[in-house]
Design a protein around this ligand. Structure first.
Ligand code: NCD
Ligand code: ZN
Ligand code: ZN
Length: 349
């Protein structure tokens, strides 16, 4: 048995409010605990995007009643809500901007980028969904403004090499990678069809190998937990996204058991750097106990996520979360939630 700090996932979509047929705060945080994440940060692309103080307030009130672990939030912008920034800044951990098409149709006009950046201007980061050539566009704006910026779910050699250069230049940029972009390739996209349609799309073996070889230049692992129902995935227009909260740590621990990854990298990518990035305090007596020897097959029936499926179902993994403690209280044990109502909304006074 090994003990790790309660892990932090800086990128999840818990879908509450608005799309609770896919997930809600209770099932989403249950999935987080089952996967070893005691703290998660929820994105603003709800059905009604979180682009006003009032919607943020409403979301935080709903979360408080339903969460099982700790949750923090980001604010969103389409460039028309700059006046809200001052009021929401103390409540959120960053601003999220979408520069490419993805779930929610929440994409900004590139011409607005600089004015959004200037209006935000904060120690708290701007997080970006920006793929391929949009990475360069953001780097230019970071150079002009000096604003801390985090590139979410980078997936290709082209993206990572641009970010590595920006870091060498001394720009305040960080980046994250998801487990699906580390453990799946375009060949899996052919095999699993709509179930592995996500943004960014899966990449070639060459890109995936590049991410692994340059893991030191990647700051965090983020699940980008993006649940959609089976019916939606099997429809004519399957939405983008895959759930990931319950599979990220087992996949990483399996890589450790196969000598592909050092255990201390899990600390760095899923705890130390997320904490540094969002300037989080150390939450006392918050840790997970993991049986690093236990082997099992990921299967839909055992998942806590409401969507009830995983692109990794059928995969044999090694390493299972046995117990989770938050602020000294045992909240999860042997696949069961033992202490509901113990989560905190971070940033709320
Ligand atoms: C995400 C979702 O479903 O909210 N989808 C995805 O494919 N990653 C949105 C996002 O993170 O881009
Ligand atoms: Zn995204
Ligand atoms: Zn996302």
């Amino acid at each position: 048995m090994i003990t790790l700090p309660g892990l932090i996932d800086i990128h999840v979509h818990l879908r509450d409010p608005g799309q609770t047929n896919k997930e809600d705060f209770t099932t989403g945080t249950a999935a987080a605990l089952a996967g070893g994440f005691t703290t998660v940060f929820d994105m603003p692309n709800n059905r009604k995007p979180i682009t006003t103080w009032a919607r943020l307030q409403e979301k935080m009130i709903i979360a408080k009643k339903k969460i099982l672990g700790d949750v923090g939030f980001y604010f969103g912008s389409l460039g028309d809500n700059l006046a809200e920034f001052t009021r929401v800044k103390p409540l959120v951990f960053g601003l999220k901007l979408y520069l490419n098409i993805t779930t929610g149709g929440f994409i900004i006009d590139k011409k607005q980028l600089l004015s959004i950046y200037k209006a935000w201007s904060s120690e708290k980061p701007i997080l970006l969904h920006s793929e391929e050539e949009m990475v360069g566009a953001i780097i230019d704006v970071v150079r002009k403004t000096g604003q801390r910026s985090h590139f979410c779910h980078i997936s290709s050699r082209n993206e990572l090499s641009q970010i590595m250069k920006a870091k060498q230049e001394g720009l305040p940029v960080t980046c994250g990678v998801t487990a699906h972009h580390l453990f799946l390739t375009i060949d899996d996209a052919r095999l699993f069809g709509p179930y592995v349609q996500m943004k960014p799309s899966l990449k070639s073996r060459r890109d995936v190998d590049y991410l692994w070889t340059h893991l030191r230049d990647i700051d965090v692992i983020e699940s980008d937990h993006a649940p959609h129902t089976l019916a939606e995935k099997e429809s004519d227009k399957p939405p983008f996204g895959v759930p990931g909260l319950e599979t990220t740590l087992p996949l990483l621990l399996t890589a450790v058991s196969e000598d592909k990854l050092e255990l201390k990298e899990i600390w760095r990518l899923c705890y130390d750097n997320p904490r540094q990035l969002l300037k989080l305090p150390d939450i006392k007596e918050t840790y997970i106990e993991v049986d690093e020897q236990e082997e099992y097959e990921i299967n839909d029936q055992e998942l806590q996520t409401k969507c009830g499926w995983s692109p990794f179902s059928g995969e044999k993994v090694r390493g299972r979360v046995k117990r989770v403690y938050i602020r000294g209280e045992k909240v999860y044990e042997n696949r069961a939630l033992v202490k509901p109502g113990w989560g905190t909304v971070l940033g709320a006074d």
